[in-house]
Design a protein around this ligand. Sequence first.
Ligand code: COA
Length: 177
Amino acid sequence: MSASKLVRPDPRYKDSFLEGLDEYHSEGRQTYRSKEYVRENFEEFINDLREEKGIPHKPCQEWVELVPETVLWLVKDDLYIGTVLIRHRLNWHLEKWGGHVNFFIRPSMRGKGFGKKLLRKAMPYINHFGIERALITIAPDAKRAAHIIEQLGGEYWDTTHETDCFPVQKRYWLDCQ
Ligand SMILES: CC(C)(COP(=O)(O)OP(=O)(O)OC[C@H]1O[C@@H](n2cnc3c(N)ncnc32)[C@H](O)[C@@H]1OP(=O)(O)O)[C@@H](O)C(=O)NCCC(=O)NCCS
């Protein structure tokens, strides 16, 4: 087996990505993404991700400018393990919820050290986009994510207040220089 690495989305990982999508769906994540659509239109799906246009972020998508977003997958051989999303800049929405970076590991691969590897390997890419300090927002109960961010040198900034649009988020700054 080779070492895990970050790659741009690629049709080679189709079967494994679809299994991962099933796992995300079963915990209520990424339900906006239909598995049937992704399966039937995988090339198009990949091309969309590789265009880096960004996606409208709910719940305020009609008021939010799109921000370019680079999608990288953590893989090992043909196995899809997780995803990191790197937004090239912040907008008012991402400042409150989403940040520069979002990262997730498919449920069946959690607790094996991949979350930390994923964020660590993403740091040079984040810096490549001119982001010296990356904002990362997490749910208050996301203990594993907080632990990883702090282990990599991230500094707790604050905890936002819940509004009609936004849930409470803990915000961290991660030095990526
Ligand atoms: C957060 C997430 C990416 C972590 O991935 P993972 O592969 O499970 O994490 P790892 O195995 O690399 O590391 C988990 C670390 O948290 C620690 N940990 C586990 N449970 C913990 C808890 N309840 N409290 C504190 N630390 C905890 C582990 O001991 C490990 O630290 P160590 O390396 O010092 O031993 C993954 O759980 C996930 O995808 N969660 C859902 C999405 C999410 O919350 N994303 C982050 C928001 S941007």
